[in-house]
Ligand binder design. Structure first.
Ligand code: SF4
Length: 275
């Protein structure tokens, strides 16, 4: 008898689930639904939503008419929100509550006159949304960039939700050496770390691990890497259609999934492994 065990947690994080549910709810109305960029990094979900009429805009210029735009989990710049509101577009705010919290902190510290240092990828949508809430800011992504900074006494260090703790600690130490009064807000989201820990724990109990998620999804690739590092056979698939006899030959198989993989795709993969 085959034993297929799902890691806990696996799949959708709270923020992604909330944003996707928001799109689903809006689809019950009669307005055209837009997202600004992909709502989620999962092609199967995007294809299904597109088939149900959801349109993906690349910029506010692409959004027209009597419609609702659902903001993605990692949020947008305030200027983008304003442009859309001025165009009379109805907005449904799918920004993850954890990202919203970072917005509020940056606004609060900016009002008090603080300079904001954001650790993250300056090209990422979440970081653009954070930067847009600061009066004065700089985005850094490496220790070398942090070393070059000259900081006012009233400075806040904050980060993108997906940075690694050791990266954050490293930048924090560099900046504290320059400014012992530095205010520090660690906004790292535990969702990724919890999925990594669950894979390590499950790997000790199974012969092989199947990781489900987009081939372009960074957090799925990291889960796959972690599974491999545990010294067991590991496979990365996007859908049940990729399950092979080679994967099915183990008696005990663990299944995990990236934060943008929906429950039904995980279930389909588990069924295919049992079959
Ligand atoms: S990873 Fe964390 S911060 Fe990002 S959307 Fe998911 S719950 Fe929100």
């Amino acid at each position: 008898m085959k034993n297929i065990i799902k890691a806990d947690p696996a799949g959708f994080c709270m923020g992604v689930r909330r944003a996707v549910n928001m799109v689903e709810e809006e689809l019950t109305g009669d307005k055209t639904i837009y997202t600004l960029g992909p709502i989620i990094h999962n092609q199967q979900v995007l294809d299904r939503l597109q088939a149900r009429g959801v349109k993906m805009a690349q910029s506010p210029d692409d959004v027209e008419g009597d419609c609702t735009l659902v903001i993605r989990a990692h949020g947008v710049e305030p200027e983008t929100e304003q442009i859309l509101r001025e165009k009379g577009i109805n907005l449904a705010d799918g920004t993850c509550p954890k990202v919203k919290q970072s917005h509020r902190i940056i606004e609060e510290y900016s009002e008090k006159g603080f300079f904001i240092v954001i650790l993250g990828d300056k090209n990422h949508g979440e970081v653009k949304g954070l930067a847009g809430r600061a009066n004065r800011h700089i985005v850094v992504s490496t220790p070398e960039e942090a070393e070059k900074l000259t900081l006012p006494r009233e400075t806040l260090l904050i980060c993108q939700t997906t940075v690694k703790l050791d990266e954050f600690d490293c930048i924090k130490e560099i900046l504290l050496a320059k400014n012992p009064d530095l205010a520090v807000k660690n906004m790292i989201c535990p969702a990724t770390r919890k999925r990594q820990t669950a894979v390590k724990e499950l790997a000790a109990k199974v012969q092989a691990m199947v990781v489900v998620g987009g081939k372009g999804s960074a957090n799925t690739k990291r889960l796959y890497q972690t599974a491999l590092e545990q010294g067991i056979a590991a496979f990365h698939v996007e859908t049940a259609g990729e399950i092979t006899e080679e994967m099915k030959r183990y008696d005990t198989i663990g299944v995990t999934a990236g934060a943008s993989t929906p429950d039904d795709i995980i279930e389909e993969v588990m069924d295919a492994l049992r079959g």
